[in-house]
Design a protein around this ligand. Sequence first.
Ligand code: UDP
Length: 452
Amino acid sequence: MEMQKSTPRAQRLVLVPCPCQGHINPMLQFGTFLHSKGFSITIVHTQFNSPSPCNHPEFTFIPIPDGLTVPLATSGNIIAILLAINAFCKASLEHCLTTQVMKQEPEKKITCIIYDEFMFFSAAAANHLNIPSIILRTTSAANFLARITVIELHSKGLIPFPDSVSFDLVPQIHPIRFKDLPISPWDTIEKFMELIIDVHDVKISSAIICNTTVCLDESSLAWIQKHSRARIFCMGPLHKITTAASRTLEEDTSCIEWLDKQSHKSVIYVSLGSIASIGENELAEMAWGLANSKQPFLWVIRPGSITDSDWIELLPQEFREAFGERGFIVKWAPQREVLAHGAVGAFWTHCGWNSTLESISEGVPMICKPCFSDQKVHARHVSKVWKLGIELGDEFERREIERAVRKVLVDNDGEEIRVRAKDMKEKIQVSMSKGGSTYNIVNELVELIMGF
Ligand code: UDP
């Protein structure tokens, strides 16, 4: 993407990422972009799930105490972890800024604090120190709107909802059904509400950066801007505004050599992101669905992502023998490179927002199997609104999987999806080139920050 020339300047930006893989990546990508504009970047992060500094020697990384006990940090309850971090870290952040950041290079003023929406303690700290702040939202505008709807429904006593309405459409956020609402599975509904009400309470910050694009989220963005006093900067896909990779886990690049040997657009890439997991039965259905489709597959199986197993011990032995050279399994892939590879024709995804955006940006049609939270909203939009893929039903059974794989990759009834995916990739490219919506907004944001 062509950008205005960098201007080295004595301005420091402090970035506060949320300690989850899918949130850290876009924040680091955004930091890389801002650094290319001449800003000095300091990443202030929790000790919990800290990002790896070695991939970004151009940034200063500073850990702050996060107050998490070992049982909480290892509980997997992301809601409880985020609530605890927000309760503890305002003081840690203020202390870090005043005793470390401001003293290290006093000639560089902290121009702005840019924080992940889930790190809302940062807004209070910034306000206290009289520093402007900006929010980074790493999810889609459609999901943001769905979360607002959850808050409204809860205030009317309509959440939790009875099973009888699960498949009913939620008014105003077509085509989301009650069962698709982004409600967290990790804690009680009260705790979840406590968190998202604070996330949505934007009183102080000057602007909101959204990792999405007008091509996808136009109507949701328009609604959000109308109801927000802070200006919205729609800057996605963030991974496309910088060429720098922001790797956080060790990637197995041998899969690229395997992809090099496959035919054009023949491979289904399968990954459920960094958090989702599946049980033994689902694993077997997935495996046999893939094998029976007779299409090559590249499958990311994260250690620990199959319940009650360390890695792939529970994969049926006959399946392992059946796929031979036609399949490749890795623990973690260089996903953006994989999706951009000419051999990849489709992506079986859990519909985390980064994966969804990465797939759309490369024109790769999707099979959606969401697990929780925003994934369900995205799966619904991919299949019913943008029509860039298909969503698997709740039955999750091998014949359905086999049909879905063949449909998105080779069968005639998937041709429309493949064409739409290619068209959307082109629209995004246009939005990022000179004069496009993202191109213009990116430059406006840099001007805003320089003016603080
Ligand atoms: N990812 C990757 N290699 C993998 C699987 C995932 O690099 O083998 C990256 C992927 O490119 C994306 C992120 O991990 O940027 C996952 O984020 P997402 O929002 O899709 O899902 P989450 O992990 O938050 O559920």
